[in-house]
Design a protein around this ligand. Structure first.
Ligand SMILES: [Zn+2]
Length: 279
């Protein structure tokens, strides 16, 4: 597992170094009474050839589809019921603090951190050295994910820094209008969140998609999926569910503007970007 996490870190660093001044974006939406801020820390964060467990010829056969290799590294702020809620925290604290400040969110404003899973690019912004970046935040994590994370021994700095941590069971009510949805496979406790307000629904689905090619071919999976079979089944079920509904979707590695709808396409699914503003 250590090696897989190391590989992941190397991929991220290489992606960052290769582009140097990589694109960053902030998008704002209204979902009923809630406000969503989508923060893209880095565009094109993933090289499909490095992260996907696919042979090069199959990848090459899909490269004629425009945008097949699009990706990002992103996270989300939700303002709901008077609370500021962070869904994942990015790769490292300096960048996360800068991007949040640009979006008008101070670290002490954050009341809740809700985690999709515990890979470094999702929890890396939580601690600066050994101290909590979000001093007032209560952390929410799926029981299955917390158990897996704690077993790896990499959790201790964050666990020490955040004494307020709730480990929740499947399909838990996290806060009014926010329900957890088990989306296991990428990691043992990988979790999506269904957010509902004013009759509108948004699913923040974490790492269901790492590069856009997975919309076109949901069977494509990652070198570091904990359980590829389950990850594929989860991706297909969630995509079918969302495409068949009026729900919006947002993801931590999706292309600009990180939020949209999905619809069935000739080849798999198509991501339909949602412009900033009311959903
Ligand atoms: Zn990720």
């Amino acid at each position: 597992m250590r090696n897989i996490l190391k590989l992941l870190a190397v991929i991220m660093i290489m992606a960052g170094a290769a582009t140097m001044a990589y694109a960053q974006e902030i998008h704002r939406y209204k979902l009923g009474d809630f406000e969503l801020i989508a923060i893209m820390q880095q565009a094109n964060a993933m090289n499909p050839a490095n992260v996907l467990n696919e042979n090069p010829s199959k990848l090459a056969s899909l490269t004629n589809i425009k945008g097949w290799d699009g990706s990002s590294m992103s996270y989300f702020v939700l303002k709901a019921n008077g609370k500021t809620i962070l869904f994942d925290t990015g790769l490292q604290p300096t960048n996360t603090k800068q991007m949040l400040a640009k979006a008008g969110v101070m670290t002490d404003d954050v009341d809740m951190i809700v985690l999709t899973h515990t890979h470094g690019d999702h929890i890396g912004g939580m601690v600066d050295g050994t101290s909590a970046v979000f001093k007032k935040a209560h952390v929410y994590i799926a029981t299955e994910e917390a158990a897996w994370w704690e077993k790896q021994g990499s959790a201790s700095a964050i666990l020490k820094a955040y004494s307020n941590m709730t480990r929740f069971a499947q399909n838990a009510n996290i806060a009014p209008g926010i329900v957890s949805v088990p989306a296991f496979g990428h990691t043992p406790g990988h979790t999506a969140y269904k957010i509902t307000s004013g009759g509108k629904t948004l699913v923040i689905w974490g790492d269901i998609v790492h590069t856009a090619i997975q919309f076109m071919d949901p069977d494509t999976y990652l070198k570091y999926d904990s359980d590829p079979k389950t990850a594929i089944a989860t991706r297909k079920a969630l995509m079918a569910d969302i495409a068949g509904s009026q729900a919006y979707v947002a993801g931590m590695h999706m292309v600009s503007p990180l939020v949209g709808k999905i619809k069935e396409a000739e080849t798999g699914y198509e991501f339909v970007p949602q412009p900033d503003g009311a959903m």
